[in-house]
Ligand binder design. Sequence first.
Ligand SMILES: NC(=O)c1ccc[n+]([C@@H]2O[C@H](COP(=O)([O-])OP(=O)(O)OC[C@H]3O[C@@H](n4cnc5c(N)ncnc54)[C@H](OP(=O)(O)O)[C@@H]3O)[C@@H](O)[C@H]2O)c1
Length: 281
Amino acid sequence: MKIGVTGATGQLGRIVVEKLKERVSAESIVALVRTPQKAADLGVEAREFDYSKPETLAASLQGIDKLLLISSNEIGQRSAQHANIIDAAKVAGVKWIVYTSLLHADTSSLSLAGEHLDTEAALKASGIPHTILRNGWYTENYTGSAKNAIAAGAFIGSAGEGKIASAARADYAEAAAVVLSSEGHVGKVYELSGDEAYTLADLAAEISHQTGKNIPYHNLPESEYASILKSVGVPEGFAFAIAGWDVSASKGDLFDDVHQLSQLIGRPTTPLAKVVTDALA
Ligand SMILES: NC(=O)c1ccc[n+]([C@@H]2O[C@H](COP(=O)([O-])OP(=O)(O)OC[C@H]3O[C@@H](n4cnc5c(N)ncnc54)[C@H](OP(=O)(O)O)[C@@H]3O)[C@@H](O)[C@H]2O)c1
């Protein structure tokens, strides 16, 4: 029984491999990666797997029984890339695909939702048994800005009073490892989010608490926030995308309270305070 993990040299994929090794033998895990040399420290077999070379994918999937398809980070190309991977999986006889989608992809106003929905539809059309992990926001997406906020004297964003039920990458990675190494998940769609929901004002208060400095949250209009991101070097398209995701957050698109993630991993999700502490270390 071989478990293939795409994106295994990415931030989420590395933790998935680590968590899988706690549950199954390292010999049964195959890292499917763009650059096998980058996977040398993972301690598992690594095969070249570049989404932009569709003609090579089926050969790399030979002998893979279960496939974790971690969504690509190449926004705009993902529907086509993922469709190619699913086609190759069919050719190679993969028996089960687990896909990392987006929280409430079917109703979310996030600009990212469309590509995830396309992939969910392609999985359905493929006839390959599959499981959808609709991952919420990584807490690190926000805590990664903590040091900049301290330097600037304020945490900025456009998420208003929106409640954000994010979770640490490690929580989502563990859920993927649990699903891949246990039974009863075929056909399921899991909405995965953190146990704790916070606003960006709550996050700023936590940063203030941990640093002893007064770091308020300043809510900005979408275009103003995007302009500030652009002024500090974020490419224009990405700056507007980030600001737009915050506007979706203000509408509640990053919120959920069904606790499916903590149920899957059998423990509470990592507290916001802990992720802030890690970000400030
Ligand atoms: N839920 C959230 O808040 C959130 C936030 C950000 C991203 N995401 C999604 O979740 C995914 C995993 O997150 P992450 O933090 O691990 O992202 P990441 O660190 O950026 O990793 C993305 C992975 O995709 C691989 N990849 C990109 N293009 C590829 C290609 N053409 N061929 C083969 N591999 C390719 C990268 O390979 P290399 O290692 O070779 O670069 C990397 O391993 C992201 O890709 C994105 O779809 C979710």
